[in-house]
Design a protein around this ligand. Structure first.
Ligand code: NAD
Ligand code: MG
Length: 396
């Protein structure tokens, strides 16, 4: 293809969205922003549109659309501003789009991400919650449409890089014994357990190695992020939960490893900067400059590993339980977590109550089969209601 590839960035104003646009801007001959979407921080979206001149922008409501459309038209841009979930799905599945970066946070990204998959696009998947909620349907849609699914999560991107190209034949068939999913352990890896109930949202969001959005930062602090990633790995690589082992590696230099039956272990290393997996997925199977500096092993000096402590990180245990249960359990886990994290960020609950809420929702709501999108959304709704009942009962 000699024209630049047209890229839709869902969640352009977020941490992953901005890193994606940084990589795109380094290669104007290869990539061009086709559509940019934002939900809050719409002044930032306007700035991004002026910089990248996309064909479409998407905002949450008609008022915001009028305002952004007026500003962009006044600046002489031909950009058309669309609205809401329908607008998101339209720019995700648009016939002129080559690749879609799915970087909306949470369940809100499910329908637009699926729209990109169903349209057979190259889908760069950051929005892990979409896959966790609807894994079976999502992977079926990938196979049916011929979409090319490339993981952006640094761990899954690393695993993808360490697997042979024909891994879809099955992990056993290509000689894989286990996947080793690395985790930094987050900001509370060594905090005395009795202090965990009193940690603040600011402390939870101060990740030692990565700069990320607030929801995933809290997930990293509780290690629910690793739990969601365990489920994500099972779908992406057709692994059983027991084949995925979590390894705490505080330096975040090894992004994950694959252990083969002959005793070989392959790892992918690099500085913790999401532009590496983003550039890899944009250019795959080629490699391009991402703007990330070369890894200096002498300044890293050492790589440490430890087993995760489930007493400290009960969310990890709950996620493994949901992964093993299957059906709608992962969607319920995700929904309960989204409600609990939002309540924690609003200072309505304690950090340690995030796990209490999810535990109750998973143990009260029965997991059912999820064969349609409606059944996934129904499980999501029921789990949110159950989590809200917990909050109401506790007077929060
Ligand atoms: P963020 O909060 O910085 O950005 C989220 C984006 O989603 C923003 O553009 C926001 O406007 C948009 N958004 C939020 N709610 C929306 C809604 N209801 N409808 C439409 N758009 C909405 O988050 P992030 O850190 O960029 O993470 C994005 C996704 O990528 C998450 O699923 C996260 O788990 C995943 N991820 C992030 C990182 C990272 O380093 N930041 C790493 C791996 C995976
Ligand atoms: Mg990750």
């Amino acid at each position: 293809m000699n024209r630049p590839q047209r890229i839709t960035v869902l969640g352009a104003t977020g941490s992953i969205g901005l890193s994606t646009l940084d990589v795109i801007a380094r290669h104007p001959e290869r990539y061009q922003a086709f559509a940019l979407t934002g939900f809050t921080r719409l002044a930032e979206l306007e700035r991004l549109c002026l910089r990248h001149r996309p064909r479409f922008a998407v905002v949450p409501d008609a008022g915001a659309a009028r305002q952004l459309q007026a500003a962009l038209s006044a600046a002489g841009l031909p950009t058309r501003v669309l609205v809401g979930e329908q607008g998101l799905c339209e720019v995700a599945g648009h016939p002129d789009v080559d690749a879609v970066m799915a970087a909306i946070v949470g369940a809100a990204g499910l329908k637009p991400t699926l729209a990109a998959v169903e349209a057979g696009k190259r889908v760069l998947l950051a929005n892990k919650e979409a896959l966790v909620m609807s894994g079976a349907l999502f992977m079926q849609a990938v196979r049916r449409s011929g979409a090319v699914l490339l993981p952006i999560d640094s761990e899954h991107n690393a695993i993808f890089q360490c697997l042979p190209q024909d891994y879809v034949r099955g992990l056993g068939a290509v000689g894989v014994r286990r996947i080793l999913l690395t985790a930094s352990g987050g900001p509370f890896r060594e905090t005395p357990l009795e202090r965990l109930p009193d940690v603040s949202p600011e402390q939870a969001c101060a990740h030692p190695n990565w700069s990320m959005g607030r929801k995933i930062s809290v997930d990293s602090a509780s290690m629910m992020n690793k739990g969601l990633e365990l489920i994500e790995a099972c779908w992406l690589f057709d692994a059983r939960p027991a084949q995925v082992e979590v390894v705490i590696h505080p330096q975040s230099v090894i992004h994950s490893l694959v252990d083969y039956v002959d005793g070989s272990v392959l790892a992918q290393l690099g500085n913790p900067d999401m532009r590496t997996p983003i550039a890899y997925a944009l250019a795959w199977p080629e490699r391009i400059d991402s703007g990330v500096s070369a890894l200096d092993l002498f300044s890293v000096a050492r790589l440490d590993f430890q087993a995760p402590d489930e007493q400290r990180f009960p969310c990890l245990r709950l996620a493994r339980q949901a992964a093993e249960e299957g059906g709608s359990a992962p969607a319920m886990l995700n929904a309960a977590n989204e409600v609990a994290v939002a309540a924690f960020l609003e200072r309505r609950i304690r950090f340690t109550e995030i796990a209490s809420i999810i535990d109750e929702v998973l143990n009260r709501e029965v997991s059912a089969a999820v064969e349609t999108l409606d059944s996934v959304l129904e499980a999501d709704r029921r789990a949110r209601e159950a989590a809200c009942r917990w909050l109401a009962r506790a007077g929060r």
